[in-house]
Design a protein around this ligand. Structure first.
Ligand SMILES: *Cc1c(COP(=O)(O)O)cnc(C)c1O
Length: 404
């Protein structure tokens, strides 16, 4: 009789993990209130929107981050697109970005006529390797887009030092890292512009949505204009200053996000506690190496729980088969990005730059070793975490049952 679930044995996990998104009566009340208010979107005249959920959300997000300005928009992709437009690239300007990220972190550069330059990541943190950053800087480099992957802040002190020295703008893609802090500074406010996503998988969600942070008044006015079809910040409705789009969020989205935000910190605390427990347990298992949190991170948040899988610790069992075995045991996990973003046809077919020679060694390696668990798993209880550990140990002990 087989023991492993993949071979017909009993599953480790019988009770399901928490699902996502989660909602309650407060969310419902806020949503209905937005409906009944008769004000479903941001008005053209800023002043008449006062008291709406969009404004309440922006105020609260700015306050949490100690930022001067927050602007809610339709998505994280829109936020990034606006941010890159706001730094006004000239055709062919280079922007440095990690290749281990969601596509929008780089396509936003292409959309403004810029050239994404892929810089390799750090083995331990999976973020852009700040110590290698300078080798990617040329006379055409205009900015860096930094992603705090999985909720793990990048070394922003070093990154800002390099960017200042080289007169580069810094855009933070904080889609995974709402509330995270590097050395007590909230990420998203350390660079020039920070971009959040509220897409349905994210820790703060309303289905779709994005938020942009900045401390610079002129930048804020430009960003505001760019999300409002390019309309002058202080001008009349028929006056246009920039090439902008309609990136306006609705009151329905803002109402849900605002209500969700009231519970975010409590949820982050649960995720962190579980993640720290899981980290300790999994790092004891040969062949598993959880992504490292830098000691200068003063608030780690978890959008993803990630680790490297080394088949040598599992009698040569491939990552693919290991994941299949885990899924069969009732533990949802997957391999994440199967290649760095520059391996997508989008880049390989790019006429402007030849990406066929681009090779980031660490990112390539990580794409072959990584395993991701999603944030909602971390909303479970201690027993849920123990069952993850148990499933891995069970696979290890009975590995002979599975064909490599
Ligand atoms: C989700 C995500 C985005 C884009 O956000 P959307 O709201 O889905 O457009 C950008 N960057 C990263 C790293 C993301 O995970």
């Amino acid at each position: 009789m087989a023991i492993l679930a993949i071979c017909g044995g009993k599953k480790t996990k019988t009770k399901a993990f928490p699902t996502w998104p989660q909602w309650n009566d407060e969310d419902e009340k806020a949503l209905i209130e937005a409906l009944h208010s008769g004000r479903w979107a941001r008005n053209n005249q800023k002043i008449s929107n006062q008291g709406g959920y969009i404004e309440k959300l922006e105020e609260r997000v700015a306050q949490i981050h100690n930022a001067k300005y927050a602007l809610a928009v339709t998505s994280g992709t829109a936020a990034l697109d606006i941010a890159v437009r706001a730094i006004e690239l000239r055709e062919g300007d280079e922007v440095i970005v990690t290749p281990y990220t969601f596509i929008a972190s780089a396509t936003c550069i292409l959309n403004s006529g810029g050239v994404p330059v892929m810089a390799d990541i750090d083995y331990e943190t999976w973020n852009i390797d700040v110590e290698k950053l300078e080798q990617y800087i040329t006379s055409r480099t205009k900015a860096i887009i930094v992603v705090h992957f999985g909720g793990q802040p990048t070394n922003m002190e070093r990154l800002m030092e390099i960017s200042k020295k080289n007169h580069l703008k810094v855009i933070e893609d904080v889609a995974h890292a709402f509330g995270a802090r590097w050395n007590n500074k909230p990420v998203g406010t350390i660079g020039d512009i920070g971009c959040f996503s509220m897409q349905s998988s994210k820790n703060l969600t309303c289905g779709e949505g994005g938020i942009i942070l900045t401390n610079n008044e002129d930048m804020y006015k430009k960003i505001y204009s760019l999300h409002m079809c390019g309309r002058n910040y202080n001008g009349a409705w028929y006056q246009y200053e920039y090439l902008g789009w309609n990136y306006r969020i609705t009151e329905f989205q803002a109402a849900v996000a605002y209500s969700q935000l009231l519970r975010l910190k409590d949820m982050d605390d649960i995720r962190r506690k579980n993640a720290e427990y899981l980290t300790q347990k999994l790092n004891e298992i040969k062949g598993i190496k959880v992504v490292k949190t830098d000691s200068r991170v003063t608030n780690r948040v978890y959008h993803l729980f990630t680790f490297r899988y080394d088949s040598k610790g599992f009698n040569g069992l491939s990552r693919k088969r290991f994941i299949m075995a885990m899924n069969a045991e009732g533990i949802p996990c997957h391999e994440g990005y199967i290649h760095p973003i520059y391996k997508n046809n989008l880049f390989l077919k790019c006429k402007k730059v030849n990406y066929t020679d681009t090779y980031c060694e660490e990112a390539e390696k990580l794409c072959k070793e990584a395993i991701w668990l999603h944030q909602e798993i971390l909303l479970g209880d201690k027993k849920d975490m123990d069952e993850i550990v148990e499933a891995i140990k069970k696979i290890k002990t009975n590995i002979k049952e599975i064909k490599r």
